[in-house]
Design a protein around this ligand. Structure first.
Ligand code: SIN
Length: 292
């Protein structure tokens, strides 16, 4: 049996992939990405087998969803800590006194909503977050869905020639244009500078060992080591390719729904199609490692 470690999470993924679940229910949304998890109340202490199986369900499905989870802020934070140390967002507002609890909110007065284009959270960090755990406590009856896409599937679908061409390429991920001024309506003062990092265009997931495409429309600004026009054309192709509906799922929120996604192999995009209604919740984000 091969065991992998990622943050606080230990997953025996290779030997147990496809093994039955004993402590949770897992219902796949598509064969490629997404699963709804049942049989678990995240407001109560979890048994080690439940934590291990939630981690395995995440590794196998890239994003997992929970319904009817009425968690207090401390319970949401405690659930995140089961999977590693928590990441603090470089720009977004958080609940007063709880920097780990990022506020996600759009309403009648908003000029933007979080995650309105395809991205992997905070990929501009030198060590971008491993996972994000969003709980929604107010949402419209229709609209405000979140779309998720598998970057394993996006990579696998490339030709062998393209995979060889991408091997070893690095790209710039820049938070400056994304974050400057973005949270002024929450009263957040801009910082002097925002993170900027260089990451491989294809990364290997530390838990599953699979390769995933790692460029996204919000943060990736250029591919290094190529003439500018060639790099820009390649990036434009990769971004469009990553967003194919062939490897997407779409989640419809209800009050007290939660989603836990793996930023290392999935991208997501939130739909702001519900103005002037309100959608709000909180996100806990788990630290990750330098992409390899
Ligand atoms: C985000 O974390 O990017 C926002 C996702 C969402 O609001 O659905």
């Amino acid at each position: 049996m091969t065991a992998y470690r990622s943050g606080g999470l230990q997953v025996r993924h290779v030997a147990e992939a496809g093994a039955p679940y004993r402590a949770i229910r897992v219902e796949k949304l598509t064969p490629i990405i997404g699963a709804e998890i049942g049989g678990v109340d995240l407001s109560r202490p979890l048994a080690p087998v439940q934590v291990e199986e939630i981690g395995r369900a995440l590794a196998e499905n890239l994003v997992i969803f929970f319904r009817e989870q009425d968690l207090a802020p401390a319970q949401h934070i405690a659930f995140g800590r089961l999977f590693g140390d928590l990441h603090l967002h470089p720009a977004a507002p958080h609940v007063e006194g709880l920097p780990e609890l990022m506020i996600i909110r759009a309403d009648r007065d908003s000029r933007r909503a979080n995650g309105e284009d395809w991205h992997s959270d905070v990929s501009c960090d030198a060590e971008p977050p491993m996972g994000s755990i969003l709980r929604i406590d107010e949402c419209p009856d229709e609209g405000g869905d979140t779309l998720f896409a598998s970057m394993y599937a996006a990579y696998d679908a490339l030709s062998e020639r393209m995979k060889a061409y991408l091997d070893g390429l690095q790209a710039v991920h820049d938070g400056e244009n994304v974050y400057r001024g973005a949270y002024a309506n929450f009263g957040v003062q801009d910082k002097a500078a925002y993170p900027r990092a260089e990451h491989p265009v294809v990364r290997t997931h530390p838990v599953t060992g699979r390769k995933a495409l790692y460029v996204n429309r919000i943060f990736t600004t250029r591919i290094l080591g190529l003439p500018r026009e060639e790099g820009d054309a390649l990036l434009a192709f990769l971004l469009a390719h990553a967003e194919s509906p062939l490897w997407q799922c779409r989640f419809r929120w209800r009050k007290n729904s939660m989603a836990f996604w793996d930023n290392r192999c999935a991208q997501h995009r939130a739909m702001w199609d519900y103005w002037p209604k309100t959608r709000s919740g909180f996100r806990v984000t788990v630290k990750g490692e330098k992409p390899a």
